[in-house]
Structures are given as structure tokens and as C-alpha cells.
Design a protein around this ligand. Structure first.
Ligand code: PCA
Length: 324
């Protein structure tokens, strides 16, 4: 090798080392399993970032609560144990009611409603999270939440005494007001909780019904479409600020695409997964007027209770969403 070639080769190696030194490895925990469309969406987000940055930012998704438990993910990002993570937005309702509005029964029940609610929530949530040095990247809804039971449910009275699986405080309250006995169970633990008789009914999406093979332990699905709750992906602001500006831009662009793609995936799932429930032997029954009236009454009470103690910011979101 002549001198010029050696110099060029050396420069290439040096550039490689420099690029290697700059390459960031980010671990990204999520509570949900690989099969869930949210997880497939964030894996695609990670792939997009890796490709757009030429490998300068390599995000590894850790699914099903394997790296941090659901309840610890937000604080893990806040304390920089991980730079980025995904969780169920309304789990933060104890910090401010603004975080929990998408899980209030019958406040927002369609994707259009959910989009309007998110538009009203987003600026407030962005500000609240900024105080914790967190920045939202994108938020994607689950399909509307329906009722899974062993027997047909014709009125709220039929829920009395049922051991009910819950995933946040609002659902716990909803179940309690319906006369059921709620227990918190993370999504990946649903089959085990039913198998051991810890729970015997639940409210969740067709997506989670299918991923947990609801037909193994339940017989009826009643699409009450009671709320459209969201996951959120947040990044630690200090970790984000450390990235090259070009890498930051790539993350923001991939996030915007992930939000649009995630909403589309969610909409496509709602029907498809309901069909899979039916194909596997679950009876899908339209809710009776009596059941809906009873559940709506509980929802109205929960909204009233929430607003009575909510922050002004949360109240403003509801007012803006309801158009007054
Ligand atoms: N699935 C998740 C959250 C909402 C949903 O549809 C769960 O059941 O935990």
C-alpha cells in the first residue's frame, strides 16, 4: 500500500471510530408484548431512526415489562436509567387529571373524539411532563374498550360481585361503581390471572382480548366502546438534547410518522381483532340499552367526581373538548 492509500485507509478507520464513538445505544422499555400493534409500531419507529441516522442512534425495544415494570417506566426515563420508554398515559392520572381524561368512561368513544381529546390534552401534558424533564414523542390509542365476561351481561346488575381485571385507577373505580371487585393485572399476566381464578371478567380492547386468547377463559364480548385510551412514548429531555441536531430531527420525524401509523394500525385492528374473537368462539353481543344506560350513568358520575378535584388545566381540556 503506498502512502496516499495508507492515509486514506487510516482516515476511513478514524472516521469509523469517530462515528462509532458517537453512536448512541438507547434501551426502550414497554409494558406490552411483541404481538401487540403498539410494540410493532415502536419497533418500526426504532428501525426508522436507525436507518435515518445511519446507525448513529440504535434503539432497542424491551417488551412485556422485561426491563422495567409498567409502574416504574416513567420514573426510569425521568431518572435517566433509560432515555426513552412507553407506557399507558392515564396511569399518570394521580399526578394530574389531565393525564387521565382518555380513560374516563364515555367522554371520548370514537377515534374522532379521541383525536380531538388528544389535541386538547397534548399542550397541557407536554407542559406537565417538561417539569419532569420529559418530552412526549408520540401517542397512539388502543381500540375502544369492550366488556369480556363468562356469561351474557344484560344490565349493570349482572356485573355485581364479579372479580374484575383492571389496568388503572379509573377502571378500578368504574368496576367498583358497577358493583364488581377489581384487581390490577398487567396485560401480559392476563391469561395467568384468569387461569388461576384471580379474575373472571375484564374491560379491554379486542387487541388485548386476542393477544391474551380470551376464548380460553371467556365466552362473551360486548363492545360497549366505553373509552379510547392511549399509550405515550416519552424521552428524557437531557438525553434528547445530547443528540446531534440531525439525529434529533430524525427522531422527531420518525415519531411523527409513528403517531400517524399507530392511529391507522389501531383503527384497522378494532374490527379485525373483533372478528378473530368471534372466529375463536367468543359470542359478540351488542350491548342492551339498559346496560349502556347504566354504564353511562357511572361514567357521568366519574366525570363529575374527576372535575370536582381536577386541576384548572384538566378542566380547561374538558371544556375545550366539549366545545364550551
Ligand atoms: N390493552 C391494555 C390497555 C388498554 C388495552 O386495550 C390492557 O388491557 O392492559
Amino acid at each position: 500500500m503506498n502512502k496516499t492509500l495508507r492515509l486514506i485507509a487510516g482516515a476511513i478507520v478514524a472516521a469509523g471510530v469517530a462515528a462509532g464513538a458517537q453512536a448512541q445505544e438507547w434501551n426502550m422499555p414497554t409494558p406490552y408484548s411483541d404481538k401487540i400493534f403498539h410494540t410493532q409500531n415502536i419497533i418500526q419507529f426504532a428501525d426508522d431512526v436507525r436507518e435515518a441516522t445511519g446507525g448513529k442512534l440504535n434503539i432497542t425495544v424491551h417488551s412485556a415489562g422485561s426491563l422495567f415494570k409498567h409502574g416504574d417506566i416513567k420514573n426510569a426515563v425521568r431518572s435517566r436509567q433509560v432515555p426513552i420508554g412507553e407506557f399507558f398515559l392515564s396511569r399518570l392520572a394521580n399526578e394530574d387529571a389531565a393525564f387521565g381524561l382518555d380513560s374516563l368512561p364515555f367522554l371520548a368513544t370514537s377515534y374522532d373524539d379521541a383525536a380531538r381529546l388528544w389535541a386538547a390534552q397534548k399542550p397541557v401534558i407536554t407542559e406537565l411532563l417538561a417539569k419532569q424533564n420529559l418530552m412526549p414523542l408520540f401517542s397512539v390509542p388502543w381500540p375502544a374498550q369492550g366488556l369480556y365476561t363468562k356469561k351474557e351481561i344484560k344490565s349493570v346488575g349482572d356485573l355485581a360481585g364479579l372479580k374484575f381485571r383492571a389496568y388503572n385507577a379509573a377502571l378500578e373505580q368504574f368496576a367498583t361503581l358497577a358493583g364488581a371487585s377489581p384487581t390490577q393485572v398487567e396485560a401480559p399476566d392476563i391469561p395467568q390471572a384468569f387461569a388461576t381464578g384471580q379474575v373472571e371478567a375484564m374491560i379491554t380492547s379486542p387487541s388485548t382480548g386476542v393477544s391474551s386468547k380470551a376464548w380460553d377463559f371467556l365466552s362473551y364480548y360486548t363492545p360497549i366502546n366505553a373509552w379510547v385510551p392511549k399509550n405515550i412514548v416519552v424521552v428524557n429531555k437531557a438525553e434528547f438534547d445530547r443528540l446531534d441536531p440531525a439525529v434529533q430531527d430524525a427522531v422527531l420525524k420518525a415519531a411523527e410518522e409513528a403517531e400517524a401509523r399507530g392511529w391507522a394500525m389501531s383503527k384497522a385492528e378494532a374490527e379485525e381483532k373483533t372478528r378473530i374473537l368471534a372466529e375463536n368462539g367468543i359470542t359478540v353481543v351488542e350491548p342492551s340499552d339498559e346496560l349502556m344506560a347504566g354504564l353511562r350513568e357511572i361514567g357521568a358520575k366519574m366525570l363529575e367526581d374527576t372535575l370536582a378535584s381536577a386541576s384548572d388545566a384538566a378542566k380547561r381540556i374538558v371544556a375545550a373538548y366539549q366545545g364550551n
